[in-house]
Design a protein around this ligand. Structure first.
Ligand code: TYD
Length: 136
């Protein structure tokens, strides 16, 4: 199973303002089928408590910062995303949650599937069962 990892994106530092970018099948290690973004998160809220059966994801804190915790049912790892030139790759099959959003934070997410509710595992108990059965 692939592991979640932080990927440093190119930076073109410039007195006029910096520029970074990400290419599919390169910095983003899959073909992008979908992008969505999370914004206007009220203080103290948490999002994304679920796992995907098939979807690989890549998350960038375009603005502000937040934490992404990934969990394989045994070990948890928290990544603080606070620079717009880092992306977090989360392979399919991890339980992940997002919290500690700063004011005006903007989470940009890329996925390699179209939206499909059936790809979600919504309950942590179900996730643990699926992990122990090798279903995810
Ligand atoms: P969801 O992924 O459940 O957000 P979170 O896990 O952070 O609470 O998405 C919330 C709603 O947005 C969901 O009910 C359906 C809709 N949605 C789409 O229609 N397309 C998408 O690509 C995503 C991510 C969500």
């Amino acid at each position: 199973m692939e592991e979640p990892q932080l990927i440093e994106l190119p930076i073109f530092a410039d007195p006029r303002g910096n520029l970074s970018f990400a290419e599919q099948n390169n910095h983003i290690p899959f073909e992008i089928q979908r992008t969505y973004w999370i914004y206007d998160v009220p203080g103290g809220e948490s999002r994304g408590g679920h796992a995907f059966k098939e979807t690989n994801e890549f998350i960038i804190a375009i603005s502000g910062c937040f934490d992404v915790t990934v969990d394989d049912g045994k070990n948890k790892q928290t990544f603080r995303l606070d620079r717009s030139y880092y992306g977090l790759f989360i392979p399919r099959g991890f339980w992940r949650t997002m919290d500690n959003f700063s004011t005006n934070s903007l989470a940009l997410e890329f996925a390699d599937t179209k939206y499909d509710r059936n790809d979600y595992v919504m309950e942590y108990e179900d996730y643990l069962k699926m992990k122990s059965n090798g279903e995810i």
